[in-house]
Design a protein around this ligand. Structure first.
Ligand code: SIN
Length: 330
């Protein structure tokens, strides 16, 4: 009989959670990604709620301000998470990350790995040096979720809320509860080390690491173009001339596109560029209809849609899984 999982893995990538400022009252003028993973974990005691104490294995995977996240780091992260998930002794994985590109990394991990065990991203809105540092509690909550044997999928834990990767959005530049899950709502809450769950853990079909380009090869170039008042065709024409392979159009409202952009997008498509539509609205799906000239990703943010289109352009794949929030029609 296989022995039960005995450890949690923490992979640190940087971010404000590892940030340090000269003054404890400075929540803006700090440097992200300064503290190492061992410093982040100091004082956290998982045996408080893990019953049979789970050991923590910690690794410093990167030291990035996540605004600078790149495809090479994503490749290393995906490979490392997959290696740990293949170890039966690993109950779950926590990734510390910057908030700025967290929803992209979360979506990429979900699509490529769709883990049957919890892979939990967490972050902070205040640096570790702050009077109001939120990182330690977020990390403790993330470890709590990763330790839950029933949990699955790529999850985001911030400010006591557990969100599915598909739904997680950074909505606020400063608030400690900067993330939410829009109409879908949170999956669960962590309250004083207890998990209160409202919805099913996300499941999906993994594309697998084999879907990615060979090590060192470029990922397909995909850009985001926003439709807005006074939009001009020139930006699209310039991107096509420069060799872009895919364009995500963050359209107005229900994914509508300024007429000045439409003609340029048609030229881009004729030149072989793949085009996908999302909405620039903060919340709500795009309801696809005959007026949409290009395929729609109904519920992804523009940044997540860029990830999705890169994955589409890497290799043939089945249509996108429905976001965790979507239930079958009655
Ligand atoms: C970052 O994304 O690395 C910096 C900002 C943050 O973590 O809140």
């Amino acid at each position: 009989m296989q022995s039960p999982p005995s450890c949690l893995v923490v992979l640190a990538t940087g971010g404000t959670i590892a940030g340090r400022a000269a003054s404890a009252q400075d929540n803006v003028g700090y440097r992200a990604a300064e503290l190492g993973v061992d410093e982040l974990l100091q004082g956290l005691d998982v045996s408080r709620w893990s019953g049979e104490a789970l050991e923590i294995e910690a690794e410093q995977l990167a030291r990035l301000d996540s605004k600078d996240m790149d495809h090479a780091t994503w490749e290393r992260l995906l490979a490392r998470v997959a290696q740990h998930l293949a170890r039966p002794q690993v109950q779950g994985i926590v990734i510390t990350h910057g908030t700025d590109t967290l929803e992209e990394t979360a979506w990429l991990l979900q699509r490529v790995l769709a883990p049957a065990r919890p892979v939990v991203l967490t972050a902070a809105m205040r640096p570790a040096s702050s009077l109001q540092a939120d990182g330690p509690q977020n990390l403790a909550d993330a470890l709590r979720v990763a330790a839950c044997p029933q949990a699955a999928g790529v999850l985001v834990v911030m400010a006591g809320r557990v969100l599915a990767a598909a739904d997680a959005r950074k909505r606020h530049t400063r608030r400690l509860d900067a993330f939410d899950a829009g109409d879908a709502g949170a999956l669960a809450a962590v309250e004083e080390g207890r998990l209160r769950r409202w919805r099913e853990w996300p499941r999906g079909r993994a594309l697998g690491l084999g879907h990615l380009p060979k090590a060192g090869a470029e990922w397909p170039w995909v850009e985001i173009v926003t439709s807005h008042a006074g939009a001009r065709a020139d930006a699209v024409d310039a991107l096509v001339a420069a060799g872009v392979r895919g364009l995500v159009v963050a359209g107005t409202g229900n994914g509508t596109v300024h007429q000045a952009l439409e003609a340029a997008l048609q030229r881009a498509q004729a030149a072989g560029v793949s085009i996908r539509l999302v909405s620039r609205c903060a919340e709500g799906p795009v309801i696809a209809g005959p007026d949409h000239r290009w395929p729609v990703y109904p519920s992804l943010s523009p940044a997540q849609a860029r990830v999705e289109l890169m994955l589409e352009l890497m290799a043939p794949m089945p249509p996108m899984v429905a976001p965790s929030s979507a239930l079958p029609e009655p």
